[in-house]
Design a protein around this ligand. Structure first.
Ligand SMILES: [Zn+2]
Ligand SMILES: [Zn+2]
Length: 140
């Protein structure tokens, strides 16, 4: 296992991952496009293995899949760090761009690709799912 750390742009919120991701994917749902102006790159990690330092703010909404998604972000600089969904209890999404070493993980799929804008660069060598993928299962 590789221990990974990350945090927001201003450094007020930091986190440490005590487990390897069970999946890494690029999400093109419209909610993610609002957060990032692009697809979001997401590592899905066992929630219990994540230690958060600092006090992120949270925003909950109903996603295109119908799940309730709670996103945690820095109240000072606005960086989105983590997201939990009622569709995958026990697993948390980590926004890969906030990792100190974003090259330490590699996405394997584009999801919600049907919602991507027509200029989006989707790597043809990755799996592609037009909408909601099957939930990954926890590694333990
Ligand atoms: Zn911040
Ligand atoms: Zn999304």
């Amino acid at each position: 296992m590789t221990e990974r750390t990350g945090g927001c742009l201003c450094g007020q919120v930091r986190y440490r991952l005590g487990a390897d991701p069970v999946s890494v994917r690029i999400c093109w749902c419209r909610d993610c496009q609002h957060l990032s102006s692009n697809g979001t790159v997401n590592a899905i990690v066992d929630s219990a293995s994540i230690e958060v330092m600092g006090s992120p703010a949270a925003y909950t909404s109903t996603s295109d899949s119908g799940n309730r998604v709670t996103r945690r972000f820095c109240p000072a600089c606005g960086s989105h760090l983590l997201a939990d969904s009622t569709g995958r209890p026990g697993l948390t999404v980590v926004r890969v761009g906030t990792l100190d070493d974003a090259s330490s993980v590699r996405p394997t799929a584009n999801i919600w690709s049907a919602s991507a804008p027509d200029w989006a660069c989707l790597d043809g060598s990755l799996d592609r799912v037009e909408g909601q993928p099957m939930p990954p299962s926890p590694s333990r």
